[in-house]
Design a protein. Structure first.
Length: 155
């Protein structure tokens, strides 16, 4: 049976433990300073900019996307063609990296994320596929999962 003294001892122990944890938390000297933040970002290959700089860059990007009327003919875009061979059991990251290296997709991680988001990673089929840089992630995804009309599949 619990006596008054036992309950008081437990309560006092809990109060003491909470005080020690609280003191340790507030006395911790490893606070994040601006310098430490910039160093940490630099290690990751990132930078921090002010909100005003961000807004200026965003506005400049909008202006760059605005089509302008030009007398120059449109520049021809290089289209890369690649025979993608996917081995049985090959990880999506591996063949996505091949596609990025061949200039078919701009970002291997974004392509893998697309496949995962659309539930296509488990449906990828081994084989050799003819892909080109003008294809969207969806078109490539449908092709390598055999969810298309099989155009581009090389037997």
């Amino acid at each position: 049976m619990m006596t008054k003294q036992t309950i008081r001892s437990i309560a006092l122990g809990m109060l003491f433990a909470t005080s020690v944890i609280g003191a340790a938390y507030y006395m911790e000297s490893d606070t994040l300073t601006t310098t430490k933040l910039h160093e940490s970002l630099k290690k990751e290959g990132l930078i921090a900019i002010s909100e005003s700089e961000y807004k200026k860059l965003k506005e400049a990007a909008k202006q760059d996307r605005t089509p302008s009327v030009s007398s120059n003919p449109p520049s021809s875009k290089t289209v890369y063609v690649y025979l993608l061979t996917i081995q049985k059991g090959e990880a999506p990251n591996d063949f996505a990296q091949k596609l990025e290296d061949a200039h078919i997709v701009p970002d291997a991680d974004a392509f893998v994320t697309y496949l995962e988001t659309h539930g296509l990673t488990r449906d990828v089929r081994a084989g050799t596929y003819k892909v080109h840089s003008g294809m969207s992630y969806g078109e490539i995804g449908n092709l390598i999962t055999n969810k298309s009309d099989k155009n581009g599949v090389i037997p």
